[in-house]
Design a protein around this ligand. Structure first.
Ligand SMILES: [Zn+2]
Length: 216
């Protein structure tokens, strides 16, 4: 596995792999433990998840469906600890964790965002993950952006986007986080991008204010 690991800002690390395969296999268990609508916060066999995912999508297209990843250290620790079918993917994540000091301190948490050279056009996926990192680590940003979502975006538009994200497979507990990340860094879905366009200015301005000191 070839990768670089850097501290981006307060307790938010960025790992960038050369190959997409190394990225998704490293994050796979932890990411699903963190936010899967079915497997969140529970021990699961990877084959169990693969069967569920395949029946939902017609095939196991996970590696094509996810371009970048985001998860916090506590969830990584729990996912690895309760893995009933420990495998080389878990070894990969443990290898990465061995380089993050906070992982071994139960009183500290951190956030890890992951991208790959093979799949990160114009840093767009990294920016999306950066918005998650900010939302996790910076209470001021989180409060400000949550207020703007409520004050700037009409209820029917909020409802429309919220449902779209839920149908896309996001766990309800993570939807507001996804909501802000997509609005501030762009939707892949053109129709949703058009819908949100008239209301996004203040949110993007706030996002830019917070990322201006972060060098990526
Ligand atoms: Zn996201």
């Amino acid at each position: 596995m070839i990768y670089t690991l850097n501290l981006l800002f307060d307790h938010v690390y960025h790992i960038n792999f050369k190959r997409h395969k190394d990225l998704w296999t490293t994050f796979y268990r932890s990411q699903e433990f963190y936010e899967s609508p079915v497997f969140m916060n529970r021990a699961f066999y990877l084959c169990e998840h693969q069967n569920w995912y395949s029946s939902k999508h017609g095939q196991f297209s996970y590696s094509n469906d996810y371009h970048a990843f985001n998860v916090d250290g506590n969830h990584i620790a729990q996912a690895l600890t309760c893995a009933p079918d420990w495998c080389k993917y878990d070894e990969q994540m443990l290898d990465v964790m061995s380089q993050i000091p906070e992982f071994f301190d139960p009183l500290k948490n951190f956030y890890l965002i992951g991208t790959s050279d093979e799949n990160n056009e114009n840093n767009s996926f990294l920016l999306h993950e950066l918005a998650h990192g900010l939302y996790f680590s910076n209470e001021d940003y989180r409060n400000e952006i949550n207020c703007l979502i409520m004050s700037e975006i009409p209820k029917d538009v909020r409802y429309n986007i919220w449902n779209y994200l839920k149908e896309s497979g996001y766990n309800e507990e993570r939807i507001w986080d996804e909501f802000q990340a997509y609005i501030t860094t762009g939707f892949e879905n053109d129709e949703k991008e058009k819908l949100i366009k008239p209301y996004e200015i203040a949110l993007i301005k706030t996002f830019k204010k917070y990322v201006k000191d972060i060098i990526i």
